[in-house]
Design a protein around this ligand. Structure first.
Ligand SMILES: NC(=O)c1ccc[n+]([C@@H]2O[C@H](COP(=O)([O-])OP(=O)(O)OC[C@H]3O[C@@H](n4cnc5c(N)ncnc54)[C@H](OP(=O)(O)O)[C@@H]3O)[C@@H](O)[C@H]2O)c1
Length: 244
C-alpha cells in the first residue's frame, strides 16, 4: 500500500535532506512538504505537494491542515523539523546567563520549538487517528536532556525542547490507546552543518559535524527501525535513547 508523508520545514537544512530520503525510498505516493516560503520548496517531483506553514500563525496552521486533508484522510509519516536557536532579526541569541532572559524572547523560541509542532499535530486531528502504522517524529536536541545537562546556558532553546519532549511522551500515550502501531518520538540529529548551527561550530571536530544528507541518512535508518516499544522516547542519530 502506498502511503502519505508530511515533512514540515522541508525547504532547508535537515528537512530538505529528509524530503530527498522520503522520495528516494519510493514508499510514498504523496509527500506534503511545508515551509514558511513555499516558493523555496523543490517541486520537481509530482509526489511533492508544497504547502505554506508558519508556526507563528494559528491561521496558517489551520489552513495548512485543511489543505493536507483535502488530499488524504490519513498520514503515515509525519516529521517536524522547526527549530530556532538564534534569530538576529528579533534579537534572539542563546542565553549564557539568567539575566539574559526576556518574556518576549522566551515566548518566541517556545512558540516555534514547542507550541508550534504540537498545535500542528492538534490541527492535523483525524489524519493521525487511524489504526495503520504511523510515525510522528519531531526534531529535538540532546541539549534538551535534563539528566545530560552539564554546561547550562541556552535557556530558552534547551527548555523549549525539553517541554517539546514531554508533549512527545504525552502524545505517544494518547495515541497508543487507539493505535498500538503508532510510534511518536523525538529525534536528535547530531551536530549538523546547517544555518542553525553555523554560529556555533567552532571547536566541533570535522568528523563530528555531519552534512544534512549524512544526518538525514542516519535518521532515516532510525525511523525504519522504530518499534512501538520506543514510542515516547527521544532517539539520537545513532539509534541510542537519550536520557530524559
Ligand atoms: N543543526 C544542528 O546541529 C542541530 C542539532 C540538534 C538539533 N537540531 C534540530 O534540528 C531541527 C532542524 O534544524 P536545522 O539544523 O535543519 O536548521 P535550519 O536549516 O535552520 O532549519 C530550521 C527549520 O526551522 C523552521 N522554522 C523556523 N522558524 C519557523 C516558523 N516560525 N514556523 C515554522 N518553521 C520554522 C525552518 O523552516 P523554513 O524553511 O520554513 O524557514 C527550518 O525548516 C531543529 O529543530 C533543530 O533544533 C539541529
Amino acid at each position: 500500500m502506498k502511503q502519505s508523508a508530511l515533512i514540515q520545514g522541508g525547504a532547508s537544512g535537515l528537512g530538505q535532506a529528509l524530503v530527498d530520503r522520503a522520495l528516494k525510498s519510493g514508499e510514498f505516493e504523496r509527500i506534503f512538504v511545508t515551509a514558511r516560503n513555499p516558493d523555496r520548496i523543490i517541486t520537481g517531483d509530482s509526489r511533492v505537494i508544497p504547502i505554506e506553514l508558519d508556526f507563528m500563525s494559528d491561521t496558517l496552521i489551520q489552513e495548512a491542515s485543511v489543505k493536507v486533508a483535502s488530499h488524504t484522510d490519513r498520514l503515515h509519516l509525519v516529521v517536524t523539523t522547526a527549530g530556532i536557536l538564534q534569530d538576529e532579526s528579533v534579537g534572539v541569541r542563546p542565553e549564557k546567563k539568567l539575566a539574559d532572559l526576556t518574556r518576549s524572547k522566551l515566548e518566541f523560541v517556545f512558540s516555534v520549538n514547542c507550541f508550534g509542532p504540537f498545535l500542528w499535530y492538534a490541527a492535523l486531528g483525524s489524519l493521525l487517528r487511524h489504526r495503520e502504522p504511523l510515525i510522528v517524529a519531531t526534531l529535538s536536541a540532546r541539549v534538551a536532556s535534563v539528566g545530560d545537562n552539564r554546561l547550562g546556558g541556552w535557556h530558552s532553546y534547551r527548555a523549549s525542547k525539553t517541554a517539546q519532549n514531554m508533549l512527545t511522551k504525552n502524545l505517544s500515550l494518547e495515541l497508543s490507546r487507539t493505535n498500538p502501531r503508532a510510534v511518536i518520538v523525538g529525534l536528535h540529529p547530531g551536530t549538523v552543518d546547517t544555518d542553525l548551527s553555523k554560529p556555533f561550530q567552532t571547536g566541533v571536530s570535522s568528523n563530528k559535524l555531519f552534512s544534512p544528507e549524512q544526518s538525514a541518512a542516519y535518521l532515516w535508518d532510525v525511523l525504519k527501525n522504530l518499534t512501538p516499544e520506543r514510542s515516547g522516547q527521544v532517539i539520537a542519530w545513532d539509534g541510542q535513547t537519550i536520557i530524559p
